[in-house]
Design a protein around this ligand. Structure first.
Ligand SMILES: C[S@@+](CC[C@H](N)C(=O)[O-])C[C@H]1O[C@@H](n2cnc3c(N)ncnc32)[C@H](O)[C@@H]1O
Length: 262
């Protein structure tokens, strides 16, 4: 059976659910990647442009091309970054509609585990980047418990519904990433972990945002009201608010960078 495509169709809701987490991890990732200014970038699986925005703000790129299968996310990204050097296409990581060696860098932020054939996607990134250029990615360490809403998944599983992993969850493991990068002929490969923390104004804000996840929302909506209340109580018991009622907790990603042979 063909692996299902994962769609994120609401740019504004995505911003709170994942965009803010993406930028927290993206900040550490980009300082580690340490790219030059003035590059031509392709941001594969750019979604609503949360990560693309960081490229634009920090590295004065001459051109940035974002691409994502969700027309709704792309519409949000186009409004967010309405500047001449940034373009967005609706399209798929496994068949990038760009010429060979068209970019200095290709990057995938929190995407690789959604792509049905990650090896094809990494090969496509390697194809569209010039010799000596950069191919990189970061992804939540889902199988290691690093997904920002892992706590919610764990408590749901305790009540019945097992976690619903994305189709290529194995690609979030650091060893699998290394094998994918090496398999695409990339060199100078390096990996690292990225740990981040996020603070929510209070438990209710966290609970409201947690329920907007594109894959979690329908599963939560299908739970019996009593189970949902139990789930909320169990989550509340797992987080300790500070004096102002805020709650803070962490997430962890795996990151990889490599180069197209010069
Ligand atoms: C968690 S979001 C990350 C978005 C953005 N890169 C960020 O850091 O905020 C995952 C994105 O992967 C996209 N996606 C899913 N399958 C894809 C595929 N086959 N090719 C490219 N993007 C894909 C989704 O549409 C979604 O926008």
């Amino acid at each position: 059976m063909e692996a299902p495509q994962i769609r994120f169709d609401d740019g504004a809701a995505y911003e709170e659910f994942m965009g803010k987490w993406s930028q927290l991890a993206g900040d550490i990732f980009l300082r580690w990647l340490d790219p030059a200014t003035g590059w031509r970038w392709v941001d594969v699986g750019c979604g609503n442009g949360a990560f693309t925005e960081m490229l634009v703000e920090r590295f004065a790129p001459v051109a940035v091309q974002g691409i994502d299968p969700s027309a709704e996310q792309i519409a949000y990204a186009r409004e967010r970054l309405a500047i001449g050097s940034v373009r967005f296409d609706v399209g798929d990581a496994m068949a990038l509609p760009y010429a060979d060696a068209a970019f200095d860098a290709a990057v995938m932020a929190l995407v690789i585990f959604f792509v049905p054939d990650p090896a094809k996607a990494v090969a496509e990134m390697a194809r569209v980047v010039r010799p000596g250029g950069s191919v990189s990615s970061y992804a939540w360490d889902i199988l290691g418990g690093g997904f920002p809403f892992a706590m919610l998944q764990e408590e749901m599983a305790a009540l019945g519904p097992p976690p619903l992993w994305p189709p290529s969850v194995e690609a979030s493991r650091i060893e699998t990433m290394r094998a994918l990068w090496a398999g695409a002929g990339l060199v100078q490969i390096e990996t690292r972990e990225i740990a981040v923390t996020r603070t929510f104004a209070d438990f209710d804000s966290f609970w409201k945002i947690a329920q907007t996840g594109p894959r979690l929302a329908p599963r939560l909506a299908a739970m019996a009201p009593g189970d949902l209340k139990l789930l909320k109580d169990r989550l509340r018991a797992r987080v300790t608010p500070d004096a102002a009622g805020r709650i803070t907790y962490g997430a962890r990603a795996n990151a990889i960078k490599g180069q197209v042979p010069a």
